[in-house]
Design a protein around this ligand. Structure first.
Ligand code: ADP
Ligand code: MG
Length: 697
C-alpha cells in the first residue's frame, strides 16, 4: 500500500457517511491510517455461546436465549427485568439505566444474545447491563470468528459494532497493498526486535484469532502489541529529542520575584510549607529567572502537596505579567484545583479561570476572548485547553499535573499556545515513580525535583487484606469510621474495563452495603451517569452529606477529600501496585487522622498476587512500591495492570512497558542509518498532524 492510500480520508471506507465521519473526527480519526491506529483497549471472546446452565458467577460470557418475560419494575428506583431461557436454564437480565424504546424492544418470543459478567444470587443467575442484540430466531447473526476487539470511543456516538466494521474495511485496504515502510520492518528484523511486520501486527491486533491467548493479549503482552508499543515508544523518543533540541534554542521570559513578595503569599496559605516543598519552589524560581526555558519534573508521592507548589509557581508567573496554564487529566481534578486556587489566591487581584469540555459554548467563548486579551492570569483546565481556539496573549508557564497521562504531543501542543514569540517555561508533576530506565530516556531532558517529605502529622495508611469471603467483617469498620464523622471511598474494579460492567459492579456494591447496614448514606459514581449527576454525587461526598461513595475509577487521580479515612478496594488483585498506592493515597490526607485501606481479593489468588498485596501492607512509600512492582512483574506473572487512561499514548503505558524501552532505543538507533523520511513516517503514524508543531518549533 502506498502511504498516500493510508492518508485517504476515512469516508472512502464503506459505511462512513457524513455523520459517521464527524463522529470519527471527534475521536481524532480523519484518515484510514488514523483508524488503523485506533488500537483496541481489550478483547472479548464472542466466538462461542455458553449454555445458561454452564454460566459461572464472576466471569464474562456470551449467552443466548428466548425472551420469556420482560417488565419495568416500580416502585422505588425504576429498573428493568427480563428473563431468557435456552432450555438449559433461566437467566435474568437487569437494567438500571434504560429508555422506553429499549424496554419495548424486549418482545417475548424474540431471541437475545448478550455478553456480560454473570452473578448468582442464591438460585438466581443474573447479569446487569450486558451488551446485547435482539433478533428473530430465524435470523440468528453468525458468531464472531476472531476475538472481538473493544475500542475506546470516548464520548462519541459511535458504537463498537460500527467501529469494528469501519476498521474491518480499513484492514481490507492494507491486505491488498504493501505498506510502504519496508525499511522500518527490516530494522525490526535486523536488530532482532520483532519479526512481525507492521502490517501483520495491525491485522492481528484488530482481529486476533480465537487460538490467541486472551489473557496475554488483554495484558498487552502479545507480540503484535509489543511490536506496536516499541514503535510508539521509539517515536516518542524521536519526538522528545527533536523537540528538546529546538526548545533549547528558544528563549523564555525571565521571571524575577522579590523574596518578600513570595513570602507574603506563602505566609497567607492555610498551612506551613514543608522543607521539601520550599526546596522545590526554590528550584523552580531559580529556573524561572533564567532565559533558558525551564523543563522540570516534580516527583512527589501521593499527598506530598504538589498542587500548592504549582500555585506558588503560577503566582511568580503572574507577578511577572505572564499567563500560566495548569493542565489536569480529569475534570474532577481540574475543578478541585480551581477550588483550592480560589481559596489560596483570595484577596489578590489575580484572575483565575476554569476551562473544561463540559462548560457551555457561551462561557467558553468568553474565556477564549479574555485569554487572548490577557485578562485571565491563571487558567486551570482539562484537554479543553488544547483546542485551537485557545490562544493566550502572553503565556509564560505551562504546568502539567499527573504528567504520565499525557504524551509528548500534548506537551508541545500547549507550548504553542502563546501568541508571542516567547517559549513558555514548563513544569511537570507526577506521583507515579518513573522507573529508572524510563527516567533516563524519555525524560532525559528534564531536571528533577523531589518532594520527599509529607506534610506534618500524616500517619501512614494502615492497610489490611481480606478475602471476599470475609467481606462481612468490614461492615463494622464502615460504621465506625462514619460514626466518627469520617467518610469512605468504596472502589469497584471491573474484570474488564467496560461501561456496562462498571455500572454492574458499582450497583452491586451499593446493594451489598445497603443489605448489610442501614446506617449509612451511600452515593454512587460510574460511567453511565451524566457529568452533572457525577459532580453532584462527588460534591455531596465532599461536603459530608454522603458517608460512602461507591465508585469506579473516577477517583483514581488526585482527588482530595481530606475527611475520607477509609478506602475499600474490591478485586484489588486485579490492579497494579502503583495504582493501588495511588488509590490508597486518597485517604489519610489530613493531620492526625487514622486512615485505613482495605484490599479485598476474590476467590483463590496465586502466590505472586498474594505477595503483591502483602507488599502494600508492608510499606507506604511509593518509590519502594514501584520497585517491588517491577520485580514481581519481571518474574513473569501477568496481572491486571489496567491502562489507567494513558489517553494520549495510543497503546503504550510508560510504567507497564518500561521493559520495552531498550528495544525502542535500538530501533531509534537503527533509524539513524536510514533515510530521515522514516522518522517522519513514524511521527506521522503515532503523533499525526500535530508533529508539525514539534518539527516547526
Ligand atoms: P499531591 O501531591 O498528591 O497532588 P495535594 O497537592 O493534593 O497532593 O495535597 C494533599 C493535601 O495536603 C491537600 O489537602 C493539601 O491542601 C494538603 N497540603 C499540602 N501541603 C501541605 C502542607 N505543607 N501542610 C499541610 N497540608 C498540606
Ligand atoms: Mg495531585
Amino acid at each position: 500500500m502506498k502511504t498516500e492510500n493510508l492518508h485517504k480520508p476515512i469516508d472512502k471506507i464503506k459505511g462512513v457517511g457524513p455523520k459517521v465521519k464527524e463522529d470519527l473526527k471527534k475521536i481524532g480519526i480523519n484518515s484510514i491510517q488514523d483508524a488503523l491506529f485506533l488500537l483496541p483497549k481489550k478483547y472479548e471472546n464472542r466466538t462461542k455461546i455458553t449454555e445458561i446452565k454452564d454460566l459461572i458467577s464472576g466471569d464474562a460470557f456470551q449467552f443466548e436465549g428466548e425472551i420469556l418475560e420482560s417488565k419495568t419494575i416500580y416502585p422505588g428506583r425504576r429498573s428493568f427485568l427480563a428473563k431468557i431461557s435456552d432450555g438449559t436454564g433461566i437467566l435474568q437480565i437487569r437494567l438500571f439505566y434504560f429508555s422506553y424504546a429499549q424496554a419495548q424492544a424486549f418482545k417475548v418470543g424474540l431471541t437475545l444474545r448478550g455478553y456480560g459478567v454473570i452473578r448468582t444470587n442464591g438460585s438466581v443467575t443474573q447479569v446487569f447491563h450486558p451488551s446485547y442484540k435482539i433478533f428473530e430466531s430465524s435470523k440468528r447473526p453468525i458468531l464472531d470468528n476472531t476475538l472481538t476487539p473493544i475500542y475506546s470511543l470516548g464520548s462519541s456516538k459511535l458504537t463498537q459494532f460500527r467501529t469494528r466494521n469501519i476498521i474491518k474495511g480499513c484492514l481490507q485496504e492494507i491486505k491488498e497493498i504493501n505498506l510502504n515502510e519496508k525499511e522500518i520492518d527490516s530494522i525490526f528484523k535486523e536488530k532482532k526486535i520483532s519479526s512481525l511486520s507492521i502490517k501483520d501486527a495491525l491485522l492481528k491486533i484488530h482481529a486476533p484469532s480465537v487460538s490467541d491467548d486472551i489473557i496475554k493479549i488483554n495484558n498487552y503482552k502479545d507480540e503484535a502489541q509489543e511490536r506496536l508499543i516499541i514503535e510508539e515508544l521509539a517515536t516518542n523518543l524521536i519526538g522528545v529529542k527533536i523537540a528538546s533540541e529546538k526548545i533549547n534554542k528558544l528563549k523564555a521570559k525571565q521571571m524575577e520575584i522579590l523574596k518578600k513578595d513570595l513570602s507574603s503569599f506563602v505566609e497567607k496559605l492555610p498551612f506551613k510549607l514543608t522543607g521539601a516543598q520550599l526546596r522545590t519552589i526554590n528550584d523552580i524560581s531559580n529556573d524561572l529567572s533564567k532565559v533558558k526555558p525551564m523543563r522540570r519534573l516534580v516527583q512527589g508521592d501521593v499527598g506530598s502537596g504538589k498542587t500548592v507548589v504549582a500555585a506558588v509557581s503560577m503566582y511568580i508567573s503572574t507577578k511577572n505579567n505572564s499567563q500560566s496554564v495548569l493542565l489536569c487529566p480529569t475534570e474532577v481534578l481540574a475543578e478541585q484545583h480551581y477550588k483550592n486556587f480560589t481559596e489560596w489566591f483570595e484577596n489578590t487581584n489575580i484572575k483565575i479561570e476554569l476551562l473544561t469540555g463540559k462548560m457551555s459554548a457561551v462561557i467558553r467563548k468568553d474565556i477564549y476572548q479574555r485569554l487572548e486579551e490577557g485578562k485571565i492570569d491563571i487558567l486551570i483546565g482539562t484537554h479543553a485547553v488544547f483546542q485551537d481556539k485557545v490562544k493566550m496573549k502572553n503565556l509564560g508557564l505551562v504546568i502539567v499535573d499527573e504528567q504520565q497521562r499525557f504524551g509528548v504531543k500534548q506537551r508541545f501542543d500547549l507550548v504553542k499556545k502563546s501568541s508571542n514569540k516567547i517559549m513558555p517555561h514548563q513544569l511537570f508533576m507526577t506521583a507515579t515513580p518513573i522507573p529508572r530506565t524510563l527516567a533516563m530516556t524519555i525524560f532525559a531532558d528534564l531536571d528533577v525535583s523531589k518532594i520527599d517529605e509529607m506534610p506534618p502529622g500524616r500517619k501512614p495508611v494502615e492497610t489490611l487484606v481480606f478475602s471476599d469471603k470475609k467481606k462481612n467483617e468490614i461492615v463494622k469498620r464502615l460504621e465506625n469510621v462514619c460514626s466518627k464523622g469520617n467518610q469512605v471511598f468504596w472502589l469497584c474494579t471491573m474484570i474488564e474495563e467496560s461501561e456496562n460492567l462498571d455500572v454492574q459492579a458499582a450497583e452491586e456494591a451499593k446493594i451489598w452495603i445497603k443489605e448489610n447496614t442501614s446506617k449509612l448514606n451511600i452515593g454512587l459514581v460510574h460511567s453511565k451517569l451524566s457529568k452533572d449527576e457525577r459532580d453532584k454525587a462527588i460534591e455531596k461526598f465532599r461536603s459530608g452529606k454522603i458517608d460512602v461513595l461507591v465508585c469506579t475509577t473516577v477517583i483514581e487521580v488526585g482527588m482530595d477529600v481530606p475527611n475520607a479515612s477509609l478506602i475499600v478496594i474490591e478485586n484489588a488483585e486485579r490492579l497494579g501496585l502503583s495504582q493501588l498506592h495511588q488509590l490508597r493515597g486518597r485517604v489519610g490526607r489530613k493531620a492526625d487522622l487514622d486512615a485505613f485501606c482495605v484490599l479485598i481479593y476474590q476467590g483463590e489468588i496465586g502466590e505472586i498476587a498474594k505477595a503483591r498485596l502483602e507488599a502494600m501492607k508492608s510499606t507506604n512509600d511509593g518509590f519502594e512500591i514501584s520497585e517491588i512492582d517491577m520485580k514481581l512483574r519481571g518474574s513473569g506473572e501477568i496481572l491486571g495492570t489496567k491502562q489507567s487512561g494513558g489517553v494520549e499514548l495510543k497503546i503504550s503505558d510508560l510504567s507497564r512497558d518500561a521493559h520495552l524501552i531498550q528495544k525502542a532505543e535500538k530501533l531509534v538507533d537503527g533509524l539513524k542509518n536510514v533515510d530521515q523520511k522514516m522518522s517522519k513516517v513514524l511521527l506521522d503514524r503515532w503523533i499525526g498532524d500535530k508533529q508539525n508543531l514539534i518539527i516547526a518549533q
